[in-house]
Design a protein around this ligand. Structure first.
Ligand code: ASP
Length: 349
């Protein structure tokens, strides 16, 4: 009788062990990072030189995150470091290169979330902060709140040491052309000029952003401590109303991280991402419906959102990564401790 019980208990232990190790720890990457540069339609129109520029920008961001993770740093530090690089690149619609609103200005949104603690921070409609993701991190770290917006958020970030810039800093010539085209499409009169004096166009100001690709940026990471984090940053949508706040400012909508499921960052039609709590929904589908990460992401893109609404990148605690979009392009990149290093722009439909 006792012998039988022991055999039974041993069997249970083996089951438990194999249950935990379905992903074979030996082959699991110790750290993984993935990032995106926005879902959109225009990247196919990039010429070789523009495509090359974009790939190099993605690579620089990937390296920034990789360095943090490979040195044993946290997923939070890694996603922030990668997003800062992308914010500084004029190709993307985040930080420098942010799109214009109908008032001819720029208002920036960003969020960051820690999967270990569910602590998170967001900023909405910033006008004068070079790197909104740093401001979002400060909201998380140094306030009891999860979202600050408008003039007071700018002031908070400046007081906490974020670099302050004039609106002119965000100027990229092609973005203004995009605004004029968008106004025309809506039957609205064009603007004579941006809401600020156009700076002498620097090299960076001339660099073309990727056609109509929307260019929001986001990053998700798993660190060697087993923790997940996500960060997202954007200028929003071209010709948005001044004061409009999108999903990239709102954890749960365009950004989410929870060690029980995944870290996710979205890009696309922000109103739809907010309406359906898309980034958190990927996590819930994994945690409660036990969907693998690819299925959870695809469910949101194909069963919840509408065709062409956007893309999602997500990562789980085993280092599995899903990067999908229903647009024809989503610049993206992934790296991990096993040597994986991939960069892509177009989406295979
Ligand atoms: N989701 C962003 C927003 O709606 C825009 C984008 O990802 O392209 O603000």
């Amino acid at each position: 009788m006792y012998a039988l019980l022991i055999v039974f208990l041993l069997g249970m232990m083996v089951d438990a062990a194999s249950g935990e190790s379905t992903a074979n720890p030996a082959s699991e990457p110790r750290w993984t990072i993935a990032l995106h540069g926005g879902a959109g339609a225009g990247a196919r129109r990039l010429d070789d030189q523009e495509r090359d520029q974009m790939q190099r920008a993605l690579e620089r961001a990937l390296k920034a995150g990789q360095q943090v993770l490979a040195g044993g740093g946290t997923a939070l530090d890694a996603v922030e470091a990668a997003v800062v690089v992308l914010e500084d690149e004029p190709q993307f619609n985040a930080g420098k290169g942010a799109v214009f609103n109908t008032a001819g200005g720029h208002e920036l949104d960003a969020t960051i979330m820690d999967g270990a603690t569910l602590r998170c921070g967001g900023v909405a409609s910033l006008k004068f902060i070079k790197n909104p993701i740093k401001a979002a991190r400060l909201v998380m770290n140094e306030t009891p709140h999860v979202l600050l917006g408008g003039e007071r958020a700018d002031r908070f970030a400046i007081e906490k040491g974020c670099e302050q810039v004039a609106q002119e800093y965000f100027y990229v010539e092609r973005r203004f052309e995009e605004l004029q085209q968008a106004l025309k499409k809506r039957g609205l009169p064009p603007l004579d000029a941006p809401a600020y004096p156009v700076p002498n166009t620097t090299e960076a100001g001339k660099q073309p952003p990727p056609g109509e690709a929307r260019g929001t940026v986001g990053c998700v990471a798993l660190d060697v401590h087993g923790n997940l984090a996500a960060a997202t940053s954007t200028g929003g949508r071209t010709a948005k109303l001044a004061g409009r706040i999108g999903d990239s400012a709102i954890n749960g909508a365009g950004n989410y991280a929870n060690n029980n499921s995944c870290a996710a960052s979205g890009t696309g039609n922000g109103e739809e991402f907010i309406r359906h709590s898309i980034a958190a929904r990927v996590g819930w589908l994994m945690e409660h419906s036990k969907l693998p990460i690819d299925e959870a992401v695809n469910h949101c893109l194909h069963k919840v959102l509408r065709p062409g609404d956007g893309g999602i990148i997500a990562i789980d605690r085993q280092g599995n990564v899903a990067m999908h979009s229903t647009t024809i392009a989503m610049p993206r990149a992934v790296a991990d401790s096993s040597g994986r290093w991939e960069i892509a722009i177009d989406v295979d439909q």
